[in-house]
Design a protein around this ligand. Structure first.
Ligand code: CA
Length: 227
């Protein structure tokens, strides 16, 4: 199924998780030390990393930073209950998800499947088309009626996220979680500001929307404009 790297110093956890994931058909490799884990994670051939926060040589946040410095491999953090504060910081640093110890193998397996599904959605290389909007997700390019749109990275992500769900009202909370990776919510204003920039680049106004339709207190949807 997937090639999974476990970075965990507790031998009992490491072995039981490795066995359970192998039983699910995964190809499992494990490391006890953070530095060895980082080296294995960035060496390639790894589809997903399960990273323990409390490691003997370097802390999990540092390990994650080192991995993220060179690789976008999905990372799930394994955290103890009293480390939950750190989780927010780690998600900001680019962790994809987390599990709280003690977790069951079935729970971890479900998280792994969800993260891998999301990762493969992200790189399907798909083209999205809504009305006169063409979005090449892989090339990170968007055109409107054949004209190239000059978008910032976040504007592009926001547009691509909405264009993948045409006609669906998407909440700001969902956008913060999925586009800004802030699952605990954040400033709604961030979304509003980016929407208004995006709207300007699409050549429309809130008063006379064409593609971007917002509903106060509900969210926003992208639709093909009526011609
Ligand atoms: Ca540990």
């Amino acid at each position: 199924m997937a090639s999974i790297l476990i970075i965990e110093d507790d031998v009992r956890i490491r072995e039981s998780v490795a066995r359970a994931l192998a039983d699910h058909g995964h190809d499992v490799h494990s490391e006890r030390l953070g530095m060895d884990g980082v080296a294995a994670a960035v060496a390639g051939q790894v589809d997903l990393v399960v990273l323990d926060l409390g490691l003997p040589d370097i802390d999990g946040a540092r390990a994650l930073q080192m991995i993220r410095g060179v690789s976008q491999v999905p990372v799930i953090i394994a955290t103890a209950r009293d480390e939950q504060e750190a989780v927010v910081e780690l998600l900001d640093l680019g962790a994809d998800d987390y599990v709280v110890k003690p977790f069951t193998a079935a729970h971890l397996e479900a998280r792994i499947r969800a993260v891998l599904r999301r990762a493969s959605d992200d790189d399907t290389g798909s083209r999205l088309n809504v009305g006169g909007l063409d979005i090449d997700v892989e090339a990170h390019e968007a055109t409107l009626d054949g004209e190239r749109l000059e978008l910032t990275a976040k504007e592009f992500d926001l547009l691509a996220y909405l264009a993948a769900r045409p006609g669906k009202m998407v909440s700001k909370r969902e956008l913060l979680a999925e586009v800004w990776r802030q699952p605990y919510g954040g400033a709604d204003k961030t979304v509003d500001v980016h929407l208004s920039w995006l709207r300007r680049k699409l050549g429309e106004t809130a008063a006379e929307p064409r593609y971007l339709h917002t509903r106060r207190g509900v969210g926003v949807k992208l639709v093909a404009p009526e011609t």
